[in-house]
Design a protein around this ligand. Structure first.
Ligand SMILES: Cc1ncc(COP(=O)(O)O)c(C=O)c1O
Length: 389
């Protein structure tokens, strides 16, 4: 594993590198792609070897018998997260945006309200609206520079039309690892308002040293209303395989979900299943440990650099490789900040407003790239705001 290797992704149908110019006006030739949440690293050899074995065999037919795939998931969750799960609880979807959309379809009705703690991963609101449901934004508080939830305020916001709440755990874009007490509060909120709880835990392996993620399924008294979403794709940089898991502890909810999966004609992609089984292994685990240490190093370089820009502030990153920078203290308008980042620094970063209320003055920067590129990015950012010194 050599995370310092620079791999040219231009011209490979990479969304992150090949779409930055049409979307942000930043050329990949001299620009830095720090938006889409995938990494500029190769996955561990165990994953590439699984694909090489498929290639050597040369036949790409339908997949059968998910026994080993499910056993690999059970092993990983027990080994890495202390969570024993029933193999029959696992449904495989075409990634987790699809998994979220399937949950909305299965467990809510058109016109229902779906609660989001904003700012939060933008695709949630997109699929809620596309399904004809209403986004109910419960804005996160900021205390000591970190996001917190305020359930007294959220209780007062509920109208009775809400039937689902979607939690992002760990939180994208704020980088929070929710504590056990906070997860208990989310569970109590879901029970109080009779909401199905969808807990998207796609970032659950990307936790910085010193922090520990707790799966929502390990919280007492939530199993009868929970759908937990996990995947190998973010952790191992195999998002193109579009494979994710919706894990449902309750048998009644499973039957409802299975019926919707059947109605949609959903079945899994064999590449994703082979890669997942290979990734969830001791070799995959060692690679993830090294990756998190490397990303934590990038985080330090980036945060130190951002601290040199008067009025800009990075949220402390407890998990994910996505830095969330609040530029409100610069006194500049979001449009001015964005222009400096794109035109002067030539960096493509996600617009904060796309994450919902509370994100307007922030930008999200992807740090899963060789450290030399992170250093270059912070130098360019400091130059772009040099007049504020
Ligand atoms: C919280 C969260 N959920 C889901 C996804 C995307 O999942 P998928 O590629 O499996 O659809 C992302 C990607 O960044 C994410 O951050």
């Amino acid at each position: 594993m050599n995370f310092d290797e620079t791999i040219d992704r231009i011209g490979t149908h990479s969304s992150k590198w090949d779409m930055m110019e049409p979307i942000y006006g930043v050329s990949p030739k001299d620009g830095i792609a720090m938006w889409v949440a995938d990494m500029d690293f190769r996955p561990p050899a165990c994953v590439s070897d699984a694909i090489a074995a498929m290639h050597d065999h040369g036949i790409y037919g339908y997949f059968g018998d998910e026994g080993a795939y499910r056993a690999a998931i059970q092993w990983w969750m027990k080994e890495r997260h202390g969570w024993s799960l029933d193999k029959d609880a696992i449904f495989t979807t075409h990634g987790l945006v699809n998994g979220t959309a399937m949950c909305i379809d299965a467990f809510t009705a058109p016109g229902d309200g779906v609660v989001l703690f904003t700012p939060v991963y933008h695709a949630f609101a997109r699929v809620i609206k596309a399904a004809g449901r209403e986004v109910v934004e419960c804005q996160l508080d900021i205390q000591d520079g970190r996001y917190l939830m305020d359930f007294e305020r959220y209780d007062a916001q509920m109208t009775g039309r809400e039937t689902m709440v979607i939690l992002c755990s760990p939180h994208n874009p704020g980088g929070r690892v929710w504590t056990e007490a906070e997860l208990n509060d989310v569970a109590a909120f879901a029970r109080r308002h009779d909401l199905t709880l969808v807990s998207d835990e796609i970032h659950h392996d990307l936790v910085m040293p010193g922090h520990r993620h707790i799966p929502m399924a390990c919280i007492d008294g939530i199993e009868d209303r929970l759908a937990m979403l996990t995947a190998t794709t973010k952790t191992f940089n195999i998002a193109g395989s579009h494979t994710g898991n919706v894990i449902i502890p309750d048998p009644g909810m499973r039957a409802t979900f299975a019926a919707r999966m059947a109605a949609m004609g959903q079945s899994a992609n064999s590449f994703g299943l082979f890669m997942t089984e290979a990734a969830y292994s001791p070799e995959g685990a060692a690679w993830v440990d090294a990756l998190c240490t490397y990303v934590d190093g990038n985080r330090k370089v980036f945060d130190e650099g951002v601290a040199g820009i008067p009025g800009a502030r990075s949220m402390p990153l407890e998990a994910t490789y996505l830095a969330w920078v609040d530029f409100s203290g610069t006194g500049l308008s979001p449009a001015d900040v964005t222009a400096r980042v794109e035109k002067t620094a030539r960096i493509a970063a996600n617009y904060g407003a796309s994450f919902g209320t509370g994100g307007e003055e922030c930008l999200r920067f992807n740090l899963a790239t060789p450290r030399a590129r992170v250093r270059e990015a912070v130098e360019r950012l400091q130059d772009a705001f040099t007049d504020l010194q």
